[in-house]
Unconditional design. Structure first.
Lengths: 252, 489, 415
C-alpha cells in the first residue's frame, strides 16, 4: 500500500512550490489514475516518489507498506518496489540494453538479499518479455534507448517493469507520443502485470489511455493537490467537460 | 555482460585502497651500484654479455643524453628527478639465466601467479585461459622466461627477449634498432638507449600470420629501481601480429622511473596491432609514491598498405607521459590510436598520439576517451600532420572527456597541421560530466551511484574497449571501474 | 647541459637600440621584453609563429605628423572616426558622440603585470613591446547606461616603413552599449602594433571588430583584451586580407556571471602571407557562454595559424563553450596550423571544439558544375558560403555586408 500524506514540495532552489499538501492512498492491487491539466504537478509527484534529487520536500511523508520512502536513496526505493516508467526515457550510449537489464535486475535482487539470476534464466525471461511487447532481439543488443523511436522507448520501459516486478508501478504520461497500435501493445503489457499485490499509478492528461488500462480509482489533480476522487466514470466526465471546473474550484 | 557484473562486484568488494598488485616479492638480487655514469652503462652491457657494437651504441647515447634537457611542454608537474638516486640494473640472483620454467625462482613464478599471468604452457593448453597467448615475462631488468618459443619458431616467428636477440639475431637488431625512434629523439628515449636492460623482440617473417597472441608482462619489483625496457617488433611483407603488454609494480612510497622505448616497423601489406593495459602503481590518495611512466612508442608504416594500430588502457602510474605514434610513410598506409585514460587521486596524465602523414592516401583514426576523477589532471595531446606529398591524407579524431567531481581537470590539446590541399582532417572534442538525468534513471532501476557510474563509464569507453582482444577487454573493464573507486558520492 | 645564448636577430638588435629612447615610465616593460627577446617556436604560444625567424627587421620608430587621406573604407557607415596616424590619435574635437568621452593620457600601459590584467601573467612579447613603445594612451569612456548607436571607428594608419605603436583603453560603464571598429592600413615595410583593452561593465554590451587591410609587405601585430562584467555581451570579429606577417591576439575573461561572448574571424590569404589568430577565452566565473568560429582560406604559399584556448576555472560551473575552426587549402603550397585547446577544471560544463582542414567538397563542387557553373565560380560560391559562416556572427549589418563584399572581391581577384 502506498500512502502519501500532506506532501509539500518545491523545486530545489526553493523558487517554486509545486505540491501543496497532497494526500493519496493506493491499495494493493489497485490501479489509480491521476489526471490533471498541464502544470498541475503530476510529473513532479512521480519524480518525488521515485526520489529525483532536484526537489525539496517541505513537509509530509510517503509510505510504501509502512516504510518511509523519503528517507531512502533512489536505488533503495527501486529495490523496495517502486518503478517509474519515465515520460522521456534516458539514452545511455555504449551500454547494451541487455547489459543494463541484467545489471538492474541483479542490483535489485542483491539489495533484497536474494540470489542473482542465472544467465540462462535471465535470457529466457527477457526473451519472453520482449516477444510479448514486440521488441526485436536486435534492439536488445543496441545501446539503451539510443536511436529508439518514442514508441520503442515506451515499450522498453514496460519490458523493464515486467522484469523488475515492482509492487508500485508509476506510469508517467506513458501514452504521450504513442500511436494507437503502440498504445494497445503497451496497455496489454501493463494489464498483464496487474495482480492482487501490485498497484499502479497511471498519470495521464487524456482519458484515452484509461480505455485500455481501466482504473479502479480516478483522482483529479490541480495546483499540487488532489481535488476530486472518484471511479472510472470520473475520467469520462473530465473528457466531456474538461478541467476548467476543477481549476477554478481551487482558485475560488 | 559478464564483465559488467564482475565490474560491479569488484567495485563493491574493494576498499579505498584498490591497487591489488601492490605486493612485493622478496628475492636476492644482483644490482648495479646506485647512480648513473659511463661505468654503469658499461656494467649493464657487460651483465648482458653484449657485443662491442651494442656497448658503443649505448655509450654514444649516454654522451648525447648528458647534453640534453628534460621536456617541459607537457602538463605534468614533479620535483626534479635525481638520476643518481636510482639503480639502473636489478636482476633476481637465483638461476640468473633459466633455460626452462623449472629453473625460474619459484618466488618469481609465485609473483606471476598472483598477477594472474599464465607462464606454464601446459596450464594454458589445459584451458586455464581461453586462448593461447605466448608470454615474455620481464622482471625488473631481465626477462625471466618466454613461453611458446618452440611453437612460434616452427612458424618462423622469433619471439624472445631483446637481450637474447642482440646476441642471437644481431643482423636484425642492428638493422632496425633506433630507426623509428632515433637515439636523440627525446630526453627519456635517449636515456633508455643508454641504459635499457630488457624487453621483447618480435620478428614476423614475410607472409606469416602469427599463430597466437604475443604478450609481454612487465613487473617492477625492486625498490629505487628504474625500469628501462626496449621493445622492437618487425612485421615483414604481408605478415600480421597482435601483441599485448601489461605492467604492474609494488606499492612503494618513493617514485620510480619507467622510461621505455617501443619501436614497430611494418613493411608492405603488414599489420601490427599493439595493445597495452598499463596499471603501474599510481601512488596513494595523497599522491605519495607511484611510477613515472615516461614512454616513447612509435610505429613506422614503412611499406605500402601497411597498418599499425595502438590501443591503450591507461589506469596506473603517478605520471603518464606517452604518445604512441605512427609515421605513415608507405602509400595507403593506415594508423590507428584508441585510448582510454583514467585518472583518479593525484594522478597526472599527458597522453595522446602523433599521426604523421607522409605518403599518399594515408589514413588515420584517433579515438580518445579521458576520464578524470579525484584531484587528477588528464590531458589529451595529439598531433596530426600532412606533409607536402601526403595527397588525399585523411584523419578523423574524436576526443571525449568525462569529469567526475569538481576537483579534477580535463584538457585537450590537439595540433592539426596540413601542407597538402587534398588532405582532409576532422577533429572533434567534447568535455562534460555524467548527466544527473542518466544517473537518476539508472538509480530508479535499482543501481547504486557507484554501479551507475561504472555502467555509464563503461558505455562511454566502449568504442575503445572493442578494439582490445577479448580477454584484455574484460580485464580492462574491471580495471577502469577499480580505478574510479571512491570517486563517486 | 650547455645553455646556449642565442645570437640576437637583426630585428631584436634594432628593437633594443630603439629602447634607448624609451622614457623611464616605460622602461620596466621594455626590460621585460629585452630579457626574453622575440619569441620562437620553442615558446608554446608562438610555436607556429616564430617571430625570431619571421620578423626580419624593426623599422625606425615613427615620428608624428604625416598627413593622411580622409577617405576610409568605412565612410558609408557614418561612424565617429578617431584616426591614429603612426601611433598618434586625432579626432574632431567639436562633434564627439554624446555619452562618450575621449582623452589622451601619458600613463603606463599594462603589459600583464597589473593585478587585474587580462594579458598573460608571464608576459606576452607583443603586448610588452607595445607597453614599452607607445606614446600616449587613448581613453574612450562610455557613460553609465549610454546606448551609443553611432559606431566608433578607430582608423589606424601607418604611413611609411616605420614602427608605430598605439594603445586604446575602452571603458563601458554598466548598462552601456558601444560598437568599435578598428581598421588597419599600413604602407609597405611598416610594423604596426596596437593594443585595445576593454573593460565591459555589468549588463553592458560591446561589439568589436578588427579589419586588417594593411599592405601585403607590412607587418601588423594587434591585441584585444576584454574583461566582462555580469550579464554582459561582447562580440569580437577579425577579418584579414592584408599583411605579410600578422598576429591578432584576443584575451577575454568572464568576471561576472551570466555573460555571453561571440568571437569570430575570417582570413583570406595568398602568396606568402603568414597570418596568426590566437585567442584565450577565460571562463573565470560560472554560467557564461562563449562561441567561437574561425574560417581560413589559404591559397598560394600562405600559412594560416589558429590557436584557440577555452579555459574553465575551478568553480566556473555551467560553462557552455564551443569553438570551431575550419580551413580550406586551395593550393599545395599552403599550410594550415590549427590548435584548438580545452583546459577544464570544473565538471558541470558543456564544452567542445571542432577543427577541420581540407579541400572544398568535391561532390558539392561537381553538383554546382553540373548545374552549369564554371569551376572558378562554383569554388567562389562555396568559399563565400564557407567564409560566410564566420561573418554571420558579426552583429553590425553594415560591417558584415562590407566584409562580404570584400570577400567577394578577394575571391574574384583569385580568378
Amino acid at each position: 500500500m502506498l500512502e502519501i500524506r500532506n506532501l509539500h514540495v518545491a523545486i530545489e532552489d526553493g523558487s517554486k512550490k509545486i505540491l501543496n499538501g497532497l494526500d493519496l492512498t493506493i491499495h494493493n492491487g489497485e490501479v489509480a489514475a491521476i489526471m490533471g491539466p498541464n502544470g498541475s504537478g503530476k510529473s513532479t509527484l512521480s519524480y518525488v516518489i521515485a526520489g529525483k534529487p532536484d526537489y525539496e520536500i517541505l513537509d509530509g511523508e510517503i509510505l510504501l507498506d509502512g516504510e518511509n520512502l523519503l528517507d531512502m536513496e533512489p536505488d533503495a526505493r527501486a529495490a523496495a518496489g517502486v518503478f517509474l516508467a519515465f515520460q522521456y526515457p534516458l539514452e545511455i550510449p555504449g551500454v547494451a540494453t541487455m547489459t543494463f537489464l541484467k545489471a538492474a535486475m541483479n542490483a535489485q535482487s542483491r539489495a533484497r538479499g536474494e540470489g542473482e539470476l542465472k544467465t540462462p534464466d535471465f535470457m529466457r525471461r527477457v526473451k519472453v518479455g520482449a516477444e510479448k511487447l514486440g521488441i526485436p532481439q536486435e534492439m536488445l543488443r543496441r545501446g539503451l534507448n539510443v536511436g529508439f523511436s518514442g514508441g520503442e522507448k515506451k515499450r522498453m520501459e514496460i519490458l523493464q517493469m515486467a522484469l523488475l516486478e515492482p509492487s508500485i508501478a508509476i506510469l508517467d504520461e506513458t501514452d504521450s507520443g504513442l500511436d494507437i497500435d503502440a498504445l494497445k501493445i503497451v496497455s496489454e503489457g501493463v494489464n498483464a502485470l496487474r495482480s492482487a499485490d501490485r498497484s499502479f499509478l497511471v498519470i495521464t492528461h487524456y482519458q484515452r489511455l484509461l480505455n485500455y488500462i481501466v482504473p479502479d480509482t480516478v483522482h483529479v489533480m490541480s495546483k499540487g493537490r488532489i481535488v476530486k476522487t472518484g471511479g472510472k466514470e470520473l475520467a469520462l466526465e473530465l473528457e466531456a467537460n474538461g478541467y476548467a471546473d476543477y481549476v477554478s474550484d481551487v482558485a475560488a | 555482460m559478464v564483465a559488467v557484473k564482475e565490474t560491479v562486484e569488484q567495485v563493491k568488494t574493494l576498499d579505498v585502497d584498490q591497487y591489488k598488485y601492490g605486493f612485493s616479492t622478496d628475492l636476492e638480487v644482483d644490482k648495479a651500484p646506485k647512480g648513473l655514469s659511463e661505468d654503469i652503462v658499461r656494467f649493464i652491457s657487460a651483465k648482458k654479455g653484449e657485443p662491442e657494437w651494442m656497448l658503443e651504441w649505448r655509450l654514444d647515447a649516454y654522451k648525447r643524453w648528458l647534453t640534453m634537457t628534460e621536456p617541459t611542454w607537457a602538463r605534468v608537474h614533479y620535483p626534479q628527478i635525481d638520476f643518481n638516486e636510482s639503480y639502473y640494473y636489478a636482476a633476481p640472483k637465483l638461476n640468473a639465466a633459466p633455460k626452462t620454467l623449472d629453473e625460474v625462482d619459484p618466488a618469481i613464478l609465485d609473483a606471476y601467479k598472483k598477477l594472474g599471468i599464465p607462464l606454464r604452457e601446459q596450464e594454458i593448453l589445459a584451458g586455464v585461459t581461453t586462448s593461447k597467448v605466448a608470454v615474455d615475462a620481464v622482471f625488473d631488468s631481465v626477462s625471466v622466461v618466454t613461453t611458446f618459443k618452440e611453437e612460434l619458431k616452427k612458424a618462423g616467428v622469433i619471439f624472445c627477449s631483446i637481450s637474447e636477440a642482440i646476441k642471437e639475431h644481431p643482423e636484425l637488431v642492428r638493422k632496425y634498432l633506433g630507426t623509428v625512434v632515433p637515439v636523440t629523439d627525446n630526453y627519456y628515449a635517449t636515456l633508455n638507449c643508454a641504459v635499457f636492460t630488457d624487453g621483447s623482440f618480435v620478428y614476423i617473417p614475410e607472409g606469416v600470420r602469427c599463430p597466437m597472441e604475443l604478450s609481454t608482462y612487465f613487473r617492477i619489483n625492486e625498490k629505487n629501481t628504474g625500469q628501462f625496457e626496449r621493445t622492437l617488433i618487425i612485421a615483414e611483407k604481408g605478415s600480421y601480429v597482435s601483441y599485448l603488454e601489461g605492467c604492474t609494480a609494488p606499492q612503494r612510497d618513493e617514485n620510480q622511473l619507467h622510461a621505455a622505448v617501443v619501436e614497430l616497423v611494418t613493411m608492405d601489406d603488414a599489420e601490427i596491432k599493439y595493445s597495452t593495459v598499463q596499471n603501474w602503481y599510481p601512488g596513494d590518495a595523497d599522491g605519495k609514491g607511484g611510477i613515472y611512466n615516461f614512454v616513447t612508442k612509435r610505429g613506422d608504416c614503412r611499406g605500402a598498405n601497411s597498418k599499425i594500430s595502438w590501443t591503450q588502457v591507461e589506469t596506473g602510474s603517478a605520471i603518464t607521459w606517452k604518445y604512441p605514434s605512427c609515421i605513415l610513410r608507405g602509400d595507403n598506409s593506415r594508423g590507428e590510436f584508441y585510448s582510454i585514460a583514467v585518472s583518479n587521486g593525484m594522478q597526472q596524465v599527458d597522453s595522446g598520439t602523433k599521426m604523421i602523414h607522409l605518403g599518399k592516401n594515408t589514413t588515420s583514426r584517433i579515438i580518445s576517451k579521458g576520464i578524470s576523477a579525484g584531484r587528477s589532471q588528464n590531458t589529451y595531446r595529439g598531433q596530426v600532420s600532412a606533409h607536402r606529398k601526403a595527397s588525399n591524407a585523411r584523419n578523423f579524431t574524436n576526443c571525449d572527456s568525462l569529469l567526475i567531481g569538481e576537483q579534477c581537470g580535463a584538457h585537450t590539446v590537439p595540433y592539426l597541421e596540413s601542407k597538402n590541399a587534398s588532405a582532409v582532417f576532422e577533429h572533434e572534442a567534447t568535455t562534460s560530466k555524467i548527466s544527473e538525468e542518466q544517473m537518476f534513471y539508472c538509480r530508479q532501476r535499482g543501481l547504486s551511484a557507484e554501479e551507475a557510474t561504472a555502467l555509464i563509464v563503461n558505455g562511454f569507453v566502449k568504442d575503445v574497449l572493442q578494439q582490445l582482444p577479448m580477454e584484455f577487454a574484460v580485464e580492462a573493464q574491471k580495471l577502469i571501474s577499480i580505478s574510479l573507486e571512491g570517486s563517486v558520492g | 647541459m650547455a645553455s646556449v645564448t642565442p645570437l640576437k636577430t637583426s630585428a631584436e638588435l634594432a628593437l633594443i637600440a630603439q629602447g634607448a629612447s624609451v622614457p623611464a615610465l616605460r622602461q620596466p616593460a621594455f626590460e621585460r621584453f629585452a630579457a626574453a627577446g622575440l619569441p620562437h617556436r620553442r615558446i608554446e604560444a608562438y610555436h607556429y609563429t616564430d617571430l625570431r625567424a619571421l620578423l626580419k627587421d624593426a623599422p625606425p620608430l615613427a615620428k608624428a605628423g604625416a598627413a593622411v587621406s580622409s577617405v576610409s573604407v568605412l565612410d558609408e557607415l557614418d561612424a565617429f572616426v578617431v584616426t591614429v596616424v603612426d601611433g598618434q590619435p586625432t579626432w574632431a574635437k567639436g562633434d564627439a558622440v554624446a555619452g562618450v568621452s575621449i582623452s589622451l593620457k601619458g600613463d603606463a600601459a599594462d603589459d600583464g603585470l597589473a593585478a587585474d590584467s587580462v594579458f598573460p601573467k608571464d608576459g606576452d612579447p607583443i603586448v610588452a613591446l607595445n607597453a614599452a613603445f607607445v606614446d600616449q594612451t587613448l581613453h574612450l569612456s562610455v557613460a553609465d547606461g549610454a546606448q551609443i548607436d553611432k559606431p566608433v571607428h578607430l582608423r589606424f594608419v601607418t604611413t611609411g616603413a616605420v614602427s608605430a605603436y598605439a594603445r586604446v583603453v575602452v571603458e563601458i560603464a554598466d548598462g552601456a552599449k558601444l560598437t568599435l571598429i578598428e581598421t588597419h592600413e599600413s604602407a609597405t615595410g611598416a610594423l604596426a602594433n596596437s593594443v585595445v583593452e576593454a573593460v565591459v561593465g555589468d549588463d553592458a554590451h560591446f561589439d568589436h571588430m578588427r579589419i586588417n587591410l594593411v599592405d601585403p609587405q607590412a607587418t601588423l601585430l594587434t591585441t584585444f583584451g576584454g574583461r566582462m562584467g555580469a550579464r554582459s555581451t561582447v562580440t569580437s570579429g577579425n577579418f584579414v586580407t592584408g599583411s605579410a606577417l600578422s598576429r591578432h591576439q584576443v584575451f577575454l575573461r568572464f568576471e561576472g556571471e551570466g555573460s555571453n561572448a561571440t568571437i569570430s574571424g575570417a582570413s583570406l590569404l595568398k602568396d606568402r602571407q603568414h597570418v596568426d589568430t590566437t585567442l584565450v577565452v577565460d571562463h573565470a566565473v560560472p554560467e557564461c557562454v562563449s562561441r567561437e568560429h574561425f574560417a581560413h582560406v589559404l591559397d598560394g604559399e600562405a600559412t594560416g595559424v589558429f590557436q584557440g584556448k577555452i579555459i574553465v576555472r575551478p568553480h566556473a560551473q555551467q560553462t557552455d563553450g564551443k569553438m570551431m575552426s575550419r580551413a580550406v587549402l586551395l593550393a599545395d603550397g599552403a599550410t594550415m596550423n590549427n590548435k584548438p585547446e580545452l583546459e577544464i577544471f570544473a565538471d558541470d560544463v558543456q564544452c567542445g571544439h571542432g577543427a577541420t582542414v581540407g579541400a572544398l567538397d568535391d561532390d558539392l563542387l561537381f553538383y554546382l558544375r553540373a548545374r552549369g557553373l564554371p569551376k572558378a565560380e562554383a569554388e567562389a560560391l562555396m568559399l563565400q558560403a564557407f567564409v560566410g559562416e564566420a561573418l554571420e556572427m558579426i552583429p553590425h549589418e553594415g560591417v558584415r555586408e562590407m566584409l562580404e563584399a570584400m570577400t567577394e572581391t578577394w575571391l574574384k581577384a583569385r580568378g
